[in-house]
Write a protein of this length. Structure first.
Length: 151
C-alpha cells in the first residue's frame, strides 16, 4: 500500500536534506511516476553556466527515491530502501531549469511480493532528465533494493 503522496511531498526535503539544499520541487508524484524540477540557480552552475552534473545527478536520484518512498515507505519497519547502483549519461548540454521524470520498471506489487517471500528485491528506476522545452539532456538508471531489516 502506497504512502500518502501529500505527506511524502511535504516531508521529503527534511528526510532528504539535499532536496532542500538544491530547492528541488515536485511537479508530479504518484505510484508510477515522480517528476521533480531543479530551478536555474547560478550557485549550482558548472563552468559553462548550465546546471552542474552533480546537481542533475542529485535531481535524478531524488526523483527515483521519491518514487521508491511513495511505493515502499510503508514497509520501512520491515525493509530499508537503498540505492545499490546508479548510472547517468549526459546526452546534451542543459541550460536553465531541468526536470527529472522517474518511472519504475516493475509493478510495485511484484516487488512487495518478493519481500513477502523473504527475498531481497532489486528493481530499476529509469529517469529522463530534460530542459523545460522537453529536450532530453540526460538518462539515468538507479538500481534499488529493499534490504530486509534484521530482527
Amino acid at each position: 500500500m502506497a504512502l500518502d503522496i501529500d505527506a511524502v511531498r511535504a516531508s521529503f526535503p527534511q528526510a532528504v536534506p539535499m532536496v532542500g539544499t538544491l530547492s528541488l520541487e515536485f511537479l508530479e508524484l504518484d505510484t508510477r511516476k515522480a517528476v521533480m524540477r531543479l530551478p536555474d540557480q547560478p550557485e549550482y552552475h558548472n563552468h559553462v553556466a548550465g546546471p552542474h552534473a552533480g546537481a542533475m545527478f542529485t535531481l535524478g536520484e531524488s526523483a527515483s527515491g521519491a518514487l521508491v518512498f511513495v511505493n515502499f515507505g510503508d514497509r520501512m519497519g520491515e525493509a530499508t530502501p537503498l540505492a545499490v547502483e546508479a548510472t547517468i549519461r549526459y546526452l546534451k548540454f542543459a541550460k536553465g531549469p531541468v526536470t527529472a521524470t522517474a518511472t519504475l520498471d516493475r509493478d510495485p506489487a511484484d516487488i512487495s511480493a518478493e519481500l513477502d517471500e523473504g527475498r531481497r528485491p532489486e528493481f530499476a528506476v529509469e529517469v529522463a532528465i530534460a530542459t523545460e522545452d522537453g529536450t532530453q539532456t540526460g538518462a539515468m538508471t538507479v538500481l534499488w533494493t529493499l534490504k530486509p531489516n534484521r530482527r
